[in-house]
Design a protein around this ligand. Structure first.
Ligand SMILES: Cc1cc2nc3c(=O)[nH]c(=O)nc-3n(C[C@H](O)[C@H](O)[C@H](O)COP(=O)(O)O)c2cc1C
Length: 199
């Protein structure tokens, strides 16, 4: 039987959320008995849906319904757009009614993560609202516990609701050591929870 995997499903236009997704995957891969599967979603366009190549030119490949159906846990990441998730991720989630009908995601652990350009630009609202569709799917949403002392001392990203990154006004700053660490910790936590729930 193949190893259970945590799906790290993200959208990223300029690379910040993608960096977080890779740090999440590093955390997951530190947990034995589970692996990370990185997947993305296509951009959406007001002109035509079929403008993207079938395989992205770089980064993770696009998520299929089976990738989501068969995951042991999920980490969902999106840039913040006006205090909420980006349209491509919402568009993808809106296509998952079949999984909702079959109950495929019930009792699986899930976490959310986001990147903003500004410190108070809506990280928590994005993380909380991204959880709503996952709760409709019956998933068990988990954040990051305060046993991670960085949550008390961070001066950039990192919240109890999930990992965050502040990408700055140019949108290109690297993850700080704290942000990267908390991404890894969130990845590890979902991996551990998935193994416990499967036991
Ligand atoms: C349409 C749009 C809306 C945005 N809204 C916000 C916002 O509400 N708060 C914020 O801090 N940054 C906002 N941003 C900036 C992005 O969240 C930020 O640059 C993020 O790091 C991009 O992630 P990515 O590099 O993964 O695409 C917005 C960007 C766009 C294009």
């Amino acid at each position: 039987m193949s190893q259970p995997y945590i799906l790290v499903l993200y959208y990223s236009r300029n690379g910040s959320t993608a960096k977080m997704a890779r740090a999440m995957a590093e955390g997951i891969e530190k947990v034995s008995g589970v692996e990370a599967r990185l997947r993305t979603v296509p951009a959406v366009s007001t002109v035509c849906e079929a403008t993207e190549p079938a395989v992205p030119e770089e980064g993770a490949v696009y998520c299929t319904e089976d990738d989501l159906r068969n995951c042991a846990g999920l980490l969902l990441g999106s840039p913040t757009r006006f205090g909420n998730m980006a349209a491509p991720m919402k568009y993808f989630l809106d296509s998952t009614s079949g999984l909702w009908l079959s109950g495929s995601l019930i009792d699986k652990p899930a976490g959310t993560f986001t990147s903003t350009s500004s410190l108070h630009g809506g990280q928590e609202t994005t993380l909380l609202t991204m959880a709503i569709p996952l709760l409709h799917h019956g998933m068990l949403w988990a954040g990051i516990p305060y046993s991670n002392p960085e949550l008390n001392t961070t001066t950039d990203g990192g919240t109890p609701y999930g990992a965050t990154h502040v990408s700055g006004t140019k949108g290109n700053s690297e993850l700080s050591a704290t942000e990267e660490h908390l991404c890894q910790e969130q990845g590890k936590r979902i991996a551990h929870l998935a193994l416990k729930l499967q036991a």
